[in-house]
Each structure stands twice: as structure tokens, then as C-alpha cells.
Design a protein around this ligand. Structure first.
Ligand code: CA
Length: 230
């Protein structure tokens, strides 16, 4: 198998060097860029498998660049991990809103970074097709699109299925209605945010007889979260 290619976009040279060293050690092929402009030309030359993107960059910010990547057809599916020095929950939400797949807060250990990269690459890879997502006995089979608990199959519509699949593969995070529309319905679809509430209600109804409706939590003023913690 060919080595996965990671593009690191970071203006601070010591951090960039540390990351390059750690990723090369972990068997990745690494490209470097000091700002969004350089990153853009790296991507144009050859599409990497994942981008590590610093939040605070000179010129175009990491957030704006992530948004831009998610808008372009070529890079829409390109996984992005944001590197951020800010740990506040609100900033994380903003980071994810920009389309980032994950974020790592500075200072981070090389081991943590590599673990996150593996997780994000796994999520998008073809291997994901064979996986079964599980939460407290609720099973979602990505290959057959079946949702079950024990021997019981749960019957749900295609949108509810996609919503549940998204939630189960992105647990313990808050997503706004707008983000859910983008990620589950697709960013080119024009539907009202209320639509999300309708399908959440339907999904909860399917899950309710088995006690799983509590996994889909309403976060007041923010959106929804899939969590096995109460
Ligand atoms: Ca920086």
C-alpha cells in the first residue's frame, strides 16, 4: 500500500518540523506549506489524503481556507484536521462549522496527532464499508445499512438512517442544524433547518421503544449531539 500523503499548513516552523518528523516516523509522506497560498499550490499539484491546518495563519486564516476547501468540488471530500491553540468549546464549534473533520488543540503530542489522523483517514476510507458502528448495544452496519439491537431490526427511512450513521460516526459532538444539513443532506440541497427537527423526531420515534432515543440529545441554543453519556 502506498503511504498516505499529509499536507501540513502551519506558519510556525518549529511546530511544522515537529509534525513532519512525527508523521514521517509514523510512515506518512508529508508535504509542508507555511500559509494558505502555498497550501493551495501543493493541493493543485497533487491532492493529499488529509490536510492538517493551523487555525492562525498569516493572510487567509485556517478557518477560511477550510471553508474554501469544502466548497470546491476537488477538495470537498478532503479530510481536514484543524490545529488550534484555542480550547474553548465555541471555537471548536466554529472550526467544525467550517467543515473541518476534527481538531487538535495545541500543545499536542505527536502520538495524539497520529492517532487522530488515523481515525479521520479510517472514517473516510473504503475499509469503513465493512464496519459496524456500535453504541450501547445499538448496531449500525455500514455495509448492509441495517440498524439493529440484539436480534431486532429497526426499520427507518433513508434520511433517518443517514442521520443516525452520521451521529454514530461523530459521537460526543454538538452539530448545529445547518451543519447537519450540510453533512447529511449535502451542501447543495436547499432545505429548511426545520427539516432537521422533523427527521430527528422520526429517528427518535424509531429508537424510543428500545430506549435509544436518549442518545440523540438536544443541546439548547446549539443543535444536536449523539452521546452515550447522559
Ligand atoms: Ca500559526
Amino acid at each position: 500500500m502506498n503511504a498516505k500523503r499529509i499536507l501540513i499548513v502551519e506558519d510556525e516552523q518549529p511546530i511544522r518540523e515537529m509534525v513532519v518528523f512525527a508523521l514521517a516516523n509514523a510512515g506518512y509522506e508529508v508535504q509542508e506549506a507555511a500559509d494558505a497560498r502555498q497550501a493551495q499550490s501543493c493541493i493543485a499539484e497533487r491532492l493529499p489524503d488529509l490536510v492538517l491546518l493551523d487555525w492562525m495563519l498569516p493572510g487567509i486564516s485556517g478557518i477560511d481556507f477550510a471553508r474554501r476547501l469544502k466548497k470546491e468540488d476537488l477538495t470537498r471530500e478532503l479530510p481536514v484536521i484543524m490545529l488550534t491553540a484555542r480550547a474553548e468549546e465555541e471555537d471548536k464549534v466554529q472550526g467544525l462549522e467550517s467543515g473541518a473533520d476534527d481538531y487538535v488543540t495545541k500543545p499536542f503530542s505527536p502520538r495524539e496527532l497520529v492517532a487522530r489522523i488515523r481515525a479521520v483517514l479510517r472514517r473516510g476510507g473504503p475499509a469503513a464499508e465493512d464496519e459496524i458502528l456500535r453504541a450501547n448495544g445499538l448496531c449500525l452496519d455500514l455495509a448492509s445499512h441495517r440498524v439493529s439491537t440484539g436480534e431486532t431490526l429497526l426499520d427507518m427511512g433513508p434520511t433517518e438512517y443517514r442521520l443516525l450513521e452520521f451521529f454514530m460516526s461523530h459521537p460526543e459532538r454538538v452539530y448545529s442544524r445547518g451543519q447537519l444539513l450540510d453533512r447529511v443532506w449535502g451542501s447543495n440541497v436547499y432545505v429548511e433547518e426545520r427539516t432537521v427537527d422533523v427527521h430527528i423526531r422520526r429517528l427518535r420515534k424509531v429508537l424510543e421503544p428500545h430506549g435509544y432515543d436518549a442518545l440523540i440529545q438536544t443541546v439548547r441554543g446549539s443543535g444536536y449531539r449523539f452521546s452515550t453519556r447522559v
